[in-house]
Design a protein around this ligand. Sequence first.
Ligand code: GLY
Ligand code: MN
Length: 473
Amino acid sequence: MAVTPAVGGPDHAARRRALVEAVGAPILLANNGTRARNLPINALPFRADSTFLYYTGCTEPGAFVLLADGHTTLFLAPPEPGDELWHGHVASLEDRRIALGADVVRPLAALDAVCAPHRERLVSLAVPDASVNVRLSVLLGRALAYPGSPGADVLIDAIIRQRRTHDAWELAQMREAAALTTEAHLAAMGATRPGATEREVAALFDAVIAARGGTLAYRSIVTVRGEVLHNPDYPNRLGADDMLLLDGGAEVASGYASDVTRAWPVRGQFDSRQRDVYDIVLRAQARGIAGCRPGARYRDLHFAATRVLAEGLRDLGLLRGDLDGLVESGATGVFFPHGLGHLIGLDVHDLENFGDRPAYPPGRARPAQFGARYLRMDLDLTPGLVVTVEPGIYMVPAILHDRALRTEFAAQVDFDAAERWVGFGGVRIEDDVHVRDDAGGEPEVLTAAIPRDIAAIEARLGRGPSARERLSA
Ligand code: GLY
Ligand code: MN
């Protein structure tokens, strides 16, 4: 097993020092383990826990790190007889300690004895792997309630503060993730034609990323039923009149994610309804992105973008009344039933394993309005944050036919007009935006190379090899 820290990569030891200083108690962090698919040697795909990765750079399943008494002790699985034969060379514990920059390395079997003297004060975090959390509970001698041990709030807040702001190296990783994502989106646009299937386009998108050494930051959404916001399935053939929505992003080897949505007409050219909706969403997104400056409040950007959507939907005859009222009542949420975006970093919804705490400062809570209640963040933006900006318009039968909503918004939504749009699907446009104070505070759109304007998208549609041709080449 080669364990080589990235050249010019992050200073994990400095990250750990800052964490220890903020917490003032011994800290035990765990990585995810390997999870059996059915029999243990046939494992599910492994992904390191993002916090463990951030503080150690270690991607070994089942590893732990103890930060106590001024030093870092890594606990790793020692080489086993047979490794060479079955998995290839496994470096010694000492070589792995040096590569990972820890002070001490111990075999996993030493974990209980080494942690025992710290047990009373030890703070720890739950990870996505439940079996590791059971192990942590035993080690701590008390139940580990998600997301952390009792008293872990100080630890969680310190992690949030560090991970939420990205340094130059992290931003370079996210630009690399954006470059892979760009290639995959371009391939999918080129392969779009009537008669192709969602499954083929998804396979192509995923393959382009895999061939460049990336993985998926999340399961790609590739659907002509874009009104299902996180549509997980690929059952459909692309029809000439459909809009195809593709929400997909690469993760690079260091773990950083990208998250990009585009929607385009299968026919290769937008018809007038598709163009109308797309133009409105594009204007709303431009409004959101332009506001991503230090000092701006993200919730204000959500409502500013919502106002642009409301105006466009009113022009289309789907909403009626004054714009402020359409935003304030939640009526616009009938067509835009989610929030403007979220944090992104090592995870696609970064830090969301800690709930709303990373994205809602004390004293702020989710808005009450329909749609806006799904807003995932309400931070005052600061340099180094990376956020998505992803407004959309959707024709969701479950919303348009909901009795309570039809009553609540009877005066502001023309539900009869909306009925004629059922089957349209959805349009979402999403980019990853770096908030910065250089460049005069101008936001950096990390994913700007993926065509967004109608003419630039149309110039790509159907112009490349089909998914079948490309995958069999
Ligand atoms: N890309 C999926 C989401 O942001 O929720
Ligand atoms: Mn997103």
